[in-house]
Design a protein. Sequence first.
Length: 364
Amino acid sequence: MAEASAEASTATIPFRAGREGYASFRIPAVVVTHTGTVLAFCEGRVASARDYGNIDIVLKRSTDGGRTWGPLQAAAKNGDNLAGNPAPVVLDTGRVLLVHVRSAATASEDALLRGRVKEADGRRVWVQHSDDDGVTWSSPKEITKQVKKPGWRWYATTPGHALQLTTGRVVVPGNHTLPPTGTDNGTEPQYNSGHCLFSDDHGETWSLGYVDENTNGYINVNETTAAELPDGRIYFNTRNDSPSPGVRADAYSTDGGRTLVKPFRPQAGLVGPVVQGSLLQLRDPDLLLYSGPADPDSRAMMTVRASTDTGITWRTVHTVDGLPAAYCDLVRVDAATVGLLYETGDFGAYETITFRRVPVTALT
């Protein structure tokens, strides 16, 4: 099945490192608007591949299902500082929300974890919107005080797309770190923790949902993706940077992300390297998809896996190839097609961000 699906899929390259004014493109996210326009987002890193510095959220639009792409545009800029971690979502009204983080160019993850960044220069949370399928964007509005607790140091949204639930609630997975509890001399371990933010008024106001903070090192909740299951529960799946079984962990919410039924627990059924992944719930057919690299030792072999039991067990349904690959995002392009936007290259995972059209029949 993997070979057949690989032959049936087709790919284009909307972003290539070193082109269009950016040294590197990282952190893909993708949505499809109500008119069928594919919006491919990522971070455009101006000077280098580092995850801090002068970084914009850039966008390319496709009106033919990802077969061709329009010109590059900046969806969010923060001067010469950072705007990153795009978390887009298409609302029932047709509006496209873009939740993201901003920080000073000098605010590296290491400096943030060690408490060496002033609060005003640290990771802050913003939202803006487009009412014309991503052609133009509103001015950004800061929501940090609504969704980030005092003392949190590192803070990231998703990466990947956000969700609007069938109830209308918008849910954005996130992660953060707490300051060390000891001497904080720069040698204590830093543990990631999970949370989500949500809005019940189409992004006008925001609240914190669940907060899952684990400081024993067994589960290290990091970059998190989510999907609404057919029964209304939310399934969260996260990168787990810890020595527990496997490199993934998962959890469920029955109240729209306000709380978790149980804290994140290991999900050893998804084998791969330590890396971000993406989820997509198909409704017809009823299938939960997960995408991410499948090589257990390195970021390589982009693979789509499927679950028919709401994330309890997984099976491989589509292996793209054996090349280097890293971050990714999934989207339903149309009734017959799933789109996969992912980092890949011939000799390194960060040479391109590629969009692959995969027939739904190849996943079932």
